[in-house]
Design a protein around this ligand. Structure first.
Ligand code: HEM
Length: 181
């Protein structure tokens, strides 16, 4: 994945736990003093290793690391670094979700080697949607849940996100249901 993902994990950890904890995570990952360049593509294994080491060092599950990272990615990295791109996605959560399947096409203009997720979105009601998440990468469903919760916060709504189908159960993709008042 592009270095911006790893750099964003680094920012999250330093913000919440301080630099010495991040240095310990890098050491545990076999990457002492590693600096991530946003525009460089890195092996996915590095990102998974960083998530695993963060969970071990901080003492939470990998799922919770990914969940928190999903929220952080939207509310810090995307909002601060790609604010205008986020704005083009829609003026409210419903509009944003309807446009989500084509969102990474714009990201790809900036990051040509992107291997993006794919989405299919069903509108069940004005404030209730199903998001079908297709990915070549395993085990990122909690990241996706965090992204959806982050988007809800970004659009100032209180949403519930339920995972209603997953690859762990033998399906081809995850399905999330998101609803808000
Ligand atoms: C300005 C906003 C965004 C930017 C710049 C961005 C950029 C990226 C980048 C660079 C990657 C790594 C993929 C790679 O390097 O091959 C990625 C992955 C991913 N993005 Fe986005 N993204 C944005 C918004 C979103 C949103 C709003 C969602 C969904 C709600 C989303 C869902 C994902 C998921 C699930 C992955 C993991 C990749 C996978 O499943 O294969 N992203 N994105």
């Amino acid at each position: 994945m592009y270095g911006i993902i790893n750099a964003s994990i680094e920012e999250l950890v330093i913000n919440q736990f301080g630099k010495p904890v991040w240095e310990e995570i890098l050491l545990k990952s076999g990457l002492p003093k590693k600096i991530f360049l946003s525009n460089e593509a890195y092996d996915d294994a590095i990102t998974y290793q960083l998530a695993t080491s963060t969970a071990e060092v901080v003492g939470i599950t990998i799922g919770d690391v990914l969940l928190e990272f999903g929220k952080w990615w939207i509310l810090h990295t995307c909002q601060h670094r790609y604010g205008s791109m986020l704005k083009t996605g829609g003026t409210d959560l419903a509009e944003f979700l309807i446009g989500l399947p084509s969102f990474h096409n714009r990201v790809q203009l900036m990051y040509p080697k992107l291997s993006p997720p794919e989405f299919k979105v069903d509108k069940l009601a004005d404030k209730q949607f199903r998001v079908h998440y297709f990915s070549k990468r395993p085990a990122l469903q909690e990241f996706m849940r965090g992204l959806l919760l982050g988007l809800a916060t970004y659009f100032k709504v209180d949403a519930t996100v339920d995972l209603i189908q997953s690859r762990e159960q033998g399906f081809d993709n995850e399905i999330f249901e998101i609803s808000w008042n």
